[in-house]
Design a protein around this ligand. Structure first.
Ligand SMILES: NC(=O)c1ccc[n+]([C@@H]2O[C@H](COP(=O)([O-])OP(=O)(O)OC[C@H]3O[C@@H](n4cnc5c(N)ncnc54)[C@H](OP(=O)(O)O)[C@@H]3O)[C@@H](O)[C@H]2O)c1
Length: 357
């Protein structure tokens, strides 16, 4: 395999954003007490514009912290039922906190569904549980594929795939495949069901999609020096997945299930701290106050979950001063073409089985 670019080329947008400065305040996502995040500037006003989620069910991966936690708490505050697809951890404060948010909103209690994206068996069990939980309540309204890891070692998942590819892409493909029936059940009522796929601007531009990263070659994909390329490929794959899924829905004339993608920009989560710690001499991360608050970073994801005006197959991300902008998913900014869509679907099916729509 050919390694076309070093990590610094891709990492430039992060470095530029990290150079920004600002003030500080508190936020409830679990973070180190001494590292105070920048206050949310736009989230509170945006929250007021979002419709109620009463009677709706939203499943979200990776909501124990960061962007997924904000997405989950926002849905809970709007009266929706949230299925929290997370790994089991010893400390479950995030779950207790979300239950308190639900109490305060007089909404349904969130439900924790154990789901480890590094194991296809675990994803299958979680899918079974979600199907049971949604069978009697009109199906699943939104499946939010949020969880992700970045700049990780070149290691194999339980199933033999690269851990970044498995967490960020392959397991989410399996989840959508397994839960597609529940989305269709929901869509048979009057509402539109959504698959919301979290990507990143790190998935934009070159190198183009390379299916090798999604083959059963975990631990043999370029070592530490290719950790950013593995992330880039996984986030590009997320975009190809959105396009490919939407195309298949269109071809099958299914108009009330839609695929959407989003990016958060660089914002103050544990992922930011992890990534910036790798680029400092002593492993100290850059301060959270250097980048937007995670609540502001979550707004494009919230738009995809809540906004009735979004159109099938759209990609939303942050713009200037709290605005949200749509990006076309075609070259030159986003390298999704016919070949990438086809190759992505094929390599995912090779890993987790046929997904016909
Ligand atoms: N933060 C940014 O600036 C930024 C920029 C661009 C894109 N994104 C994207 O946004 C998404 C969320 O990132 P974040 O910044 O919120 O990251 P984060 O704070 O590190 O949170 C990541 C979440 O993913 C979960 N997760 C990781 N591995 C998992 C696994 N094997 N099974 C189940 N859950 C797993 C984590 O759960 P555990 O607690 O169990 O580890 C956690 O809840 C990712 O897809 C990321 O690529 C973030």
């Amino acid at each position: 395999m050919e390694w076309k670019a070093g990590p610094m080329g891709f990492f430039l947008p992060w470095i530029l954003l990290c150079g920004m400065t600002s003030q500080a305040s508190a936020f409830s996502t679990p973070i180190a007490a001494e590292d105070t995040p920048r206050p949310a500037q736009y989230y509170d006003d945006y929250f007021k514009t979002l419709p109620s989620m009463e009677g709706m069910t939203v499943a979200i991966t990776g909501c124990s912290r960061g962007l997924g936690y904000v997405a989950a708490s926002t849905v809970v505050r709007k009266g929706g039922r949230v299925l929290l697809l997370n790994r089991k951890t010893n400390a479950m404060e995030w779950y207790d906190e979300l239950c308190q948010v639900a109490d305060a909103a007089s909404g349904p209690k969130p439900i924790h569904v154990e789901c480890d994206l590094l194991s296809f068996d675990s994803v299958n069990s979680a899918s079974q549980k979600v199907s049971e939980l949604t069978a009697d309540s009109g199906g699943l309204d939104v499946l939010c594929c949020n969880a992700g890891i970045m700049l990780q070692p070149d290691q194999a998942s339980k199933d033999g795939y690269d851990i970044t590819a498995s967490t960020n892409m392959l397991s989410h493909f399996l989840l959508v495949k397994n839960l597609f029936g529940q989305l269709l059940v929901q869509a048979s009522s009057s509402e539109t069901a959504r698959v919301v796929i979290m990507s990143s601007a790190s998935g934009y531009g070159e190198p183009a999609f390379n299916p090798t990263f999604f083959e059963k070659k975990g631990g043999q994909l370029g070592g530490q020096k290719a950790s950013y390329e593995r992330y880039h490929q996984s986030k590009l794959a997320n975009l190809a997945f959105c396009c490919s899924l939407q195309e298949k829905l269109d071809n099958a004339k299914i108009s009330n299930v839609i695929a959407l993608a989003c990016t958060p920009g660089v914002c103050g989560t544990d992922m930011f701290r992890h990534a910036t710690s790798l680029f400092s001499k002593d492993g100290t991360p850059l301060p959270l106050s250097n980048v937007p608050n995670v609540k502001d970073g979550c707004m494009a994801q919230l738009k995809c979950i809540f906004d009735p005006t979004v159109q099938p197959g759209e990609l939303w991300g942050p713009g200037k001063e709290g605005s949200l902008v749509r990006t076309d998913m075609s070259p030159p900014t986003v390298l999704i073409d016919e070949e990438a869509k086809k190759a992505l679907w094929q390599v995912c099916e090779d890993a987790v089985g046929k997904f016909e729509i």
